[in-house]
Design a binder for this molecule. Sequence first.
Ligand SMILES: Cc1cc2nc3c(=O)[nH]c(=O)nc-3n(C[C@H](O)[C@H](O)[C@H](O)COP(=O)(O)OP(=O)(O)OC[C@H]3O[C@@H](n4cnc5c(N)ncnc54)[C@H](O)[C@@H]3O)c2cc1C
Length: 271
Amino acid sequence: MLHGFRYAAPRSRSELLDLLAEHGDHAKVLAGGTDLLVNIRGGNMKPGLVIDVKRVEGYGGLAWDPAEGLSLLPAATINDVLRDKRVRANFPLLAVCAQDLASYQIRNRATVIGNVVNASPCSDMAPALLCLGARAEIASARGSRSVLFSEFFTGVKKTVLAKDEILERIVVPASAAGTKGEYRKLKRINGHDLGIVGVAIARKNGSLRIAVSSAAPTPVLVAGLPGTASVDEAVAAVLAAVSPISDVRCTKEYRLFMIETFVRRLMEEMK
Ligand SMILES: Cc1cc2nc3c(=O)[nH]c(=O)nc-3n(C[C@H](O)[C@H](O)[C@H](O)COP(=O)(O)OP(=O)(O)OC[C@H]3O[C@@H](n4cnc5c(N)ncnc54)[C@H](O)[C@@H]3O)c2cc1C
């Protein structure tokens, strides 16, 4: 039987932050619900209150500021990202990763923010955000703070967010516009599936960043490699940063083999 909970759909930011301040201990934020409702139905989460953020004024869609960059707001879905011409023109890696997330129907509900707050090691959006140097703008009734995604994930399904905090905005910096990027994801089947491993590579102005999913308790970023790094140097840096496990989807050895294979292929393709 589905666990019973109260439901609130605040219209304003202050109403939302007050609700989280008062009920954060036993509340859960709802965006698309593609993770949350599965968890409630499966009995893994038993919130007393579910707070829907989709109707909060100013929380919908994407925004572009030439000086600051791209803002992804709490109700911005994966398909919103895919439809946005500014994303495709400036941050193609975001679109490449979004295209590999689930099916069209799920992408219509699933949000980018829900994907990163869920903090699965196999998140498809995390590699793009890590490679692009994106940051999380976090708010609560106590105030606001900004955290780079390289500091955001703290463990399997764990983030820096406190119970009374909301991830209010993801900012992909304007300085990352024009970054070239590619993503490879290994799945058990040739259709829609969670990743066994995923590797994203981004190149801009002589710098190289590589992010890997499903290869450690959190998505992994390898930054600071020079653009001139050889394929072998890139492989060595990535293999030193990951710590995959064996699980129901595949063995640790196969994960390591495929991470190396994807890094080699992408480095060759993106010379
Ligand atoms: C069939 C299926 C296939 C899937 N395939 C993939 C896949 O291939 N790749 C992949 O990466 N994922 C996949 N997923 C997982 C899921 O679709 C994504 O993680 C999705 O992006 C989550 O977004 P959402 O809006 O549905 O989040 P929700 O389920 O609404 O929320 C997820 C979590 O984030 C919290 N949350 C949401 N918004 C905020 C906010 N603004 N501030 C603070 N906390 C917040 C919620 O409380 C909850 O804990 C799949 C899911 C299903 C059901």
